[in-house]
Design a protein around this ligand. Sequence first.
Ligand SMILES: O=C(O)CCC(=O)C(=O)O
Ligand SMILES: [Fe+2]
Length: 315
Amino acid sequence: MRSESGVRLPVIDFSKQELKPGSPDWDLAKVQVREALEEYGCFEALFDKVSELREAVFGAMEELFDLPLPTKQLCISDKPFGGYHDATAKLLRESMMIDEAHIAGNIDQGLTNIFWPQGNISFSKTIVSFTQLAAGLEKTVRRMVLESFGVEKYTDELNDATNYTLRAIKYGRPPTGSQPTVGADAHTDKGMLTVLYQNEVNGLEIRTKDGQWIKIKPSPNSFVIMAGESLGAWLNGRLSAPYHRVVTKGNKVRYCIAFFANPRGGYRVKVPEELVDDKNGLLFKPFDYEEYLQYYSVRAARGDYTTDLKAYCNV
Ligand SMILES: O=C(O)CCC(=O)C(=O)O
Ligand SMILES: [Fe+2]
């Protein structure tokens, strides 16, 4: 069996000043994005601007997770996986997730004002700057994907229907430092696109089409961009969401911000007619993302992470 440990994800440069729709740099990146998503379902996006925020972002993550547990538990939500979670009940993987995170007021309301009633301007500023960068990058990537499949006329509709969800994650020190510990079980992301930004502790692994696991080692000025199931379904199966997991080792804490572009509840995700023809029959019925997430979360709570959109809304 071929070892994939030496394989590196495609790295695509989004740092160029002139990356504007229609420019040669744009068209080149667009081809690379499509190839990477077709082959791996994900890639590394170089984005120099994030390095200016790096120290502040992970400082803010530390500040957030260092709060007393009862304070963190004040972060609540009625959505599946929303609010505060301690996935292992041992503080081995904690996360906080808030919806509509691209709206600055929601960072204040959903995080800052709850935890720091006296205010924490620098925390809010850092997270808001981060979400703006991440949302801008996601929009660029999504626009490229849509163009490359000839369906860019849906750009505005999808923008309007996007709920950006921010999940701050802390992977605590594994109890036995030298033993690899599973921080997140193998799963596929459910939304359109995921933008990941991590500290220096690696651990993310992606499963390739031939079933090998690749260890991802993103550079400090890169995001990892990943296709979610909703994007694959919306494109009538032309892309697939990759299985991925997190395995950490050593005694350093891993922080990661997962910034998800998910379809907003109430919006029916429907394959564009341009992507259905005699050769490509319709594969997915229209669905509501929030309803699908409810369905999935019931199964995930029982440890079944294999439910996917194919099972949920197959034609
Ligand atoms: O921590 C990571 O790198 C990935 C997190 C993840 O897969 C998720 O939150 O869905
Ligand atoms: Fe994920």
